[in-house]
Design a protein around this ligand. Structure first.
Ligand code: CMP
Length: 140
């Protein structure tokens, strides 16, 4: 299995509850390595741009407001089959449907306040990484 990269966001519900370390430990314990990380307060432009694919969804406004509400931690994660590995440890989008032991089952509050975002494909991972990081900020 090839070593690849994926993009992760530790969302405002987690930074607010001081869970940055707890989430990162679960990612690391799942075999992922943090090769870039920064804490930012998303602008409206960043939140709307990043989630542009969801613009027509009824929850878009709520999603953007939430992502701007408190700081987030954006990360690049590296590991074998990183996209799938990260999605496995994150669990289902709705924490009610997530498997025990996953980040969302153990830590998320709701489908909106669901603690983490992770890329859904290698193609989107590359796009999402480039949205927040320059190449020289990623140190593998
Ligand atoms: P994420 O993986 O960051 O990608 C899109 C986000 O939209 C998703 O996680 C959820 O947090 C959010 N989302 C999806 N469905 C709903 C919903 N019904 N209500 C509010 N937020 C939602």
């Amino acid at each position: 299995m090839a070593v690849t990269r994926t993009f992760s966001i530790i969302k405002p519900d987690a930074t607010r509850r001081n869970l940055t370390g707890a989430v990162t430990k679960m990612l690391e314990d799942a075999g992922l390595r943090v090769v870039a990380s920064k804490r930012i307060h998303m602008t409206r432009e960043q939140a709307e741009g990043f989630y542009g694919v969801h613009r027509e969804r009824p929850f878009f406004g709520e999603l953007v407001d939430f992502m701007m509400s408190e700081p987030v931690v954006v990360q690049v994660l590296e590991g074998e089959d990183a996209v799938t590995r990260n999605r496995d440890i994150m669990g289902a989008t709705n924490p009610e449907n997530a498997e025990p032991g996953t980040i969302r089952k153990e830590l998320a509050l709701s489908i909106g306040e669901n603690t983490v975002h992770g890329s859904d494909s290698e193609e989107n991972a590359a796009i999402e990484i480039a949205f927040f990081f320059n190449d020289d900020e990623i140190v593998g």
